[in-house]
Design a binder for this molecule. Structure first.
Ligand code: HEM
Length: 675
């Protein structure tokens, strides 16, 4: 179908593309769930349907014939056509569907990429997809008299089912396939008449019938869905844990990578008095978590104790599915780098005002120096308030909650100590201040910040986000100062260990500030290239968030190991940062990894911002904000390590942070700080 979306002219869509568009669920930002094998069969069925419509093959209920082996020019279809053409024996459709089903994932990837390239779908961080606004608009406003070719697939199928319009053969194949996957009832409100009509339509086209029937038969062949024999999950011995130097010294990614060398990609930690924990480590498990996590895993259990400590019933971190997508969709604009670049003058002024309070010649622990520096900016930018007086106590509260609730490193009563009660009050005071400064009258003419975005979501749907659930998201805003401050601390450490890079970053900073404060365009990637790659490499070697925790909600098999319902998982997504296969010579700080032709970060082995649906919503903000801070630090000061360090001193929990042993000295003021 040729698709014309206003000024945008696109390629004709293939049957596979339209089948995928048909499955798109705008509420969840993903596709109506069709179990993996079933979806694979249906995707291949759609590809065979397309080949048949292009007169390359023909199918009937018994067999599938090659008609013409001339390539179609479509990269997803041609390998399938070749395989059919090269087969010496004639096979039936079911044979081909089952044989080709393992290829479905790559077909699906190329279909999705192509729909995004054509600006029919929009791809969002966390692997969510929505229909591009231009497509919606065109479909809503298109004149129905224009006929089917320009219409969005769902509209055409709707007309075929409910208005008794005669569908063309391609639409019949799609109806047959979607019906076989049993998701039509989730897409449309089907009454008895509609169901009868679908049954009738599915019989109208022989090709559609043949393919749908073959897909249906493949779907009911359960032996093909899962490997029948799964392997027992190896348990890590206490000795290997205790003698793992990396784990002992707090370098979790390297520690997990070491364990994976001995135990493989899935292993279990059995600890007394707590549930066993299964670890997923490696490129393949990262790819699985990215792609399949949404179907099999959830965040509720691992985060519920944190929710409880903040007195909320749920939060963006602890929900999944459509509600989670709704959170992300509503908050995405506020977390985008645009909200940062809209306020660049504030960023520079706040940074300088804080730096001006430092004494040249002094030595400071990385945390003491950099968390307040970042908080001096992030509280005003994200929440339009100053929290410098309270940030230390508010962070103590959150860190303790994470250590008790998520890491289970401390007993529960540690949440009730007098110190915790005091810090809880400070946190609540900040949250109250965030709310009281965000009344409509006070926000007139102000840039929208993250608090505005949460309050707007609450105002538009107080049942979805009640007032009683606001304290955690608002309190969590403060954590960004800790995460970015610690990560900038790591980057500074690596720079100081690599003097040549330190000079190159300083040169980039001096060039940018040569004629006053840089504007948004000046901060383009080519002008902050070295700084950006230094941060990328610091995020690889010392990521502040090295793993994610989840609970298995549907039994699944990963790398041949069955993960049972209720199992507690640690997805050690950054262990691959220390894998020779993904990052050769992983212990060397080397920013050339991120330049062509190496581009080592382009696989799922690079995951400092997490994987899957909960991956960091602020990653682009964080990258830009940290780059600005690193640049301003090197522009204004000559900084030195307080003493030589053989290895980066780290504390691993609840996030990896520079330990108090890591200290920086402000050796010289290079450029005056004008406040
Ligand atoms: C060095 C800086 C940062 C790193 C390495 C980082 C990393 C991460 C990671 C790994 C996750 C996923 C957690 C999980 O899977 O359970 C995450 C989630 C999140 N991050 Fe970040 N983050 C950083 C800074 C920021 C900043 C500055 C913001 C806001 C401006 C932010 C906002 C968020 C949000 C809202 C989520 C929750 C997403 C969801 O649950 O859907 N992060 N971050």
């Amino acid at each position: 179908m040729a698709k014309s979306t206003g000024a945008l002219k696109t390629q004709p869509l293939t049957l596979t593309q339209e089948f995928i568009l048909m499955l798109l669920n705008e509420e969840t930002g993903y596709f109506h769930q069709v179990a993996g094998w079933n979806l694979n069969c249906a995707v291949v069925g759609a590809a065979l349907g397309e080949l048949s419509l292009r007169s390359r093959i023909d199918t009937d209920m018994e067999s599938l014939f090659l008609v013409d082996r001339t390539e179609t020019g479509n990269s997803a279809l041609d390998p399938i056509l070749k395989e059919i053409a090269d087969e010496p024996v004639q096979r039936n459709t079911q044979y081909w569907i089952e044989k080709l089903a393992p290829r479905a994932e790559s077909i699906l990837d190329s279909v999705l990429d192509n729909l995004v390239d054509q600006r029919i779908l929009e791809h969002h961080e966390g692997d969510f997809w929505t229909l591009a606004p231009s497509v919606w608009h065109t479909d809503q406003t298109s004149d129905s008299q224009e006929g089917a070719p320009g219409e969005f697939i769902k509209t055409r199928i709707n007309k075929a089912i409910f208005l008794n319009e005669i569908p063309d053969p391609r639409d019949i194949i799609i109806i047959c396939l979607v019906n076989t996957c049993d998701v039509l009832r989730f897409i449309f409100q089907l009454d008895e008449a509609a169901e009868k009509r679908i049954e009738f339509l599915c019989k109208m086209d022989l090709i559609g019938r043949a393919i749908a029937e073959a897909v249906g038969q493949s779907i009911v062949a359960p032996s093909l869905r899962r490997p029948s024999l799964t392997k027992p999950i190896p348990a890590v011995s206490l000795r290997d844990l205790v003698f793992n130097r990396e784990l002992r010294e707090g370098r979790l990614p390297a520690g997990f990578a070491n364990l994976a060398k001995k135990y493989g990609p899935v292993f279990e930690l059995r600890l007394p008095f707590r549930q066993n924990i299964i670890f997923l480590v490696g490129l393949k498990t990262n790819e699985w978590a990215q792609r399949m996590g949404r179907v099999f895993l959830r965040s509720k259990e691992y985060f519920e104790e944190v929710d409880r400590a903040y007195g909320v019933s749920r939060s963006m971190h602890s929900v999944d599915g459509a509600d989670h997508f709704r959170f992300r969709k509503s908050l995405k604009p506020a977390y985008s780098p645009k909200t940062l670049t809209n306020r660049l003058d504030d960023v520079y002024d706040l940074t300088r005002a804080h730096m001006a309070s430092w004494d040249v010649g002094s030595t400071m622990p990385a945390q003491v120096m950099l968390r307040p520096l970042l908080n001096a900016q992030s509280s005003p930018l994200l929440a339009s308030i100053d929290t410098q007086d309270e940030i230390v106590d508010a962070l103590k509260y959150k860190v303790r909650v994470l250590n008790v609730g998520i890491m289970k490193m401390m007993p529960r009563f540690m949440l009730k100590t007098p110190g915790m009660r005091r810090w809880a009050k400070v946190t609540q005071k900040i949250v109250d201040r965030m709310q009281s400064t965000h009344t409509a009258a006070q926000r007139v003419g102000m840039h929208e910040d993250v608090v505005d975005a949460y309050l707007a979501l609450h105002a538009t749907d107080p049942q979805f986000l009640p007032e009683s659930d606001l304290s955690l998201p608002l309190g969590a805003i403060l954590m960004t100062a800790m995460y970015m401050g610690d990560q900038v601390g790591f980057a500074l450490y690596w720079l100081l260990q690599n003097p040549e890079l330190y000079e190159r970053v300083t040169a980039e900073a001096d060039a940018l500030w040569a004629e006053g404060d840089p504007r948004e365009d000046d901060l383009s990637l080519d002008r902050i290239d070295v700084t950006h790659r230094v941060l990328m490499e610091a995020l690889r070697m010392s990521p502040i968030a090295p793993f994610s925790m989840r609970t298995v909600m549907n039994t699944c098999v990963v790398e041949g190991f069955e993960l049972p319902v209720g199992a507690q998982l640690v997805i050690a997504q950054t262990a691959t940062h220390y894998s020779e296969e993904v990052f050769p010579d992983p212990w060397t700080f080397d920013i050339e990894r991120y330049a062509p032709p190496r581009n080592e970060h382009l696989s799922r082995g690079y995951a400092p911002f997490g994987l899957g649906t909960h991956s960091c919503l602020g990653s682009r903000w964080a990258n830009l904000h940290m780059a600005i801070n690193l640049l301003m630090l090197t522009h204004h000061f000559k900084i030195e390590l307080a003493r030589p360090y053989k290895r980066l001193p780290m504390d691993p929990y609840p996030s990896q942070s520079p330990s108090n042993k890591l200290k920086f000295r402000l050796a010289e003021l290079r450029h005056e700080i004008r406040v």
